[in-house]
Design a protein around this ligand. Structure first.
Ligand SMILES: Nc1ncnc2c1ncn2[C@@H]1O[C@H](COP(=O)(O)OP(=O)(O)OP(=O)(O)O)[C@@H](O)[C@H]1O
Ligand SMILES: [Mg+2]
Length: 356
């Protein structure tokens, strides 16, 4: 499994953050994993550890390096430097072994559009080395689990997006791998199907499958046990969703006023205000290190209905991190994120943890 003499990963969470997964075997471990494409650094110095049964989310804006990281972890793409182990095999030396012991759902589901559902499953069972005599039974099992019974003879190319996704997940798990990589598995899938999908993912994790998933849906990010937030190929933060949120020191309110556009403009000019987003008749106002209600009162804005406190979400934290990092990268004025960053914002020590 994990290399016993390897130094602890700098971005590793303290044991306490692992909850039920504390003490579980390390299934994915990387040390300074990096990948260049010519001059472009797509992934830089990614060090992380994922335990058995965890659902580990990788978040980041477009081009952050999520798919590149997954492709290295799957043994498909060679790292330029750094390395690690995946299901006990070395990334640099045992890539072929890794490929047989994982399931990988690519960003664009790689189904064969002109084959039926059943033929796709049969194809993947062959690729992943499911024993011939077990294949038929295993295909029936996943068809049953995924509710694909009525569609088993339908040509995959004619399925709707949500059904394709179910076939893709069934294909990636046909050999019951201990580790599953899911790259934006629910892009374009309706909310009901996404819920079904996430129930299936949690059931797999509960039975000991480890899952590493990327998503741009922030409600899904909140369903992960832990998250790594990457930007420009680097891990900016890592921890439980609620910790990632707490470390941003944000507060949110919902505000309804007679002239929302004017109010939004006035609020956005205030240094503590991180964001003002219209939601129907209301404004969602987010402040850093301050109560947005106080800013509203200071500006003399008159709420039409009492101000309501709102929950700060992973989406708020995501936007805050991206804007803060953009400002630092482009030499702009320090974003509020940079101003309030002290020991509590750093990940490199146990004292950096903010308990929910
Ligand atoms: N084979 C390649 N050759 C050259 N550049 C590449 C290659 N693959 C990825 N890149 C670049 O590496 C960077 C990271 O890409 P990657 O696909 O990992 O991002 P991502 O986080 O998955 O983004 P998205 O959310 O859009 O899927 C991008 O700048 C991309 O253009
Ligand atoms: Mg991607």
């Amino acid at each position: 499994m994990a290399t016993p003499h390897a130094p602890p990963a700098p971005e590793a969470s303290p044991e306490d953050d692992l909850g039920a997964h504390r003490g579980a075997p390390v299934i994915v471990e990387t040390h300074h994993l990096s990948r260049r494409f010519g001059d472009l650094v797509a992934v830089a110095d990614v060090s992380l550890g994922v335990r058995r049964g965890e659902i580990f989310g990788v978040l980041g804006p477009n081009g952050a390096g999520k798919s590149t990281t997954i492709r290295m972890l799957c043994g498909i793409l060679e790292p330029t430097s750094g390395g690690g182990t995946v299901v006990g095999f070395d990334l640099q030396r045992e890539a072929e072994q890794i490929k047989l012991h994982i399931g990988y759902m690519t960003q664009r589901f790689s189904l064969y559009e002109d084959l039926t559902v059943e033929e796709n499953l049969s194809f993947y069972a062959g690729i992943y080395g499911v024993a011939r005599k077990r294949r038929a039974a295993r295909i029936n099992e996943v068809i049953e689990e995924a509710g694909l019974g009525d569609r088993r003879r339908q040509i995959a190319g004619t399925l709707s997006g949500g059904w394709k996704q179910r076939v893709a997940l069934a294909s990636a798990t046909i050999h019951q791998p201990p580790l599953l990589f899911l790259d934006e598995p629910t892009a374009g899938v309706d909310p009901v199907s996404r819920r079904t999908f996430w129930s299936a993912i949690h059931a797999l994790a509960a039975s000991g499958t480890t899952i590493l998933v990327t998503t741009h849906y922030m409600d899904e990010a909140e369903r992960c046990h832990r998250l790594a937030f990457i930007f420009g190929g680097r891990v900016l933060d890592l921890g439980r969703p609620e910790q990632i949120v707490a470390r941003r020191h944000l507060s949110a309110i919902e505000l309804e006023v007679a002239e929302p556009e004017l109010a939004a403009r006035a609020l956005r000019a205030q240094p503590e205000i991180e964001g003002v987003e219209p939601y129907g008749h209301r404004l969602r106002v987010i402040a850093r290190g301050a109560d947005p209600g106080d800013v509203v009162r200071r500006l003399g804005l008159t709420p039409a209905v009492p101000i309501e406190r709102a929950r700060v979400t992973v989406e708020d934290a995501f936007v805050s991190m991206v804007r803060g990092q953009d400002a630092r990268d482009h030499g702009g004025p320090p974003a509020p994120a940079a101003r309030s960053q002290g020991g509590r914002d750093r990940r490199d020590g146990h004292d950096g943890q903010v308990r929910p």
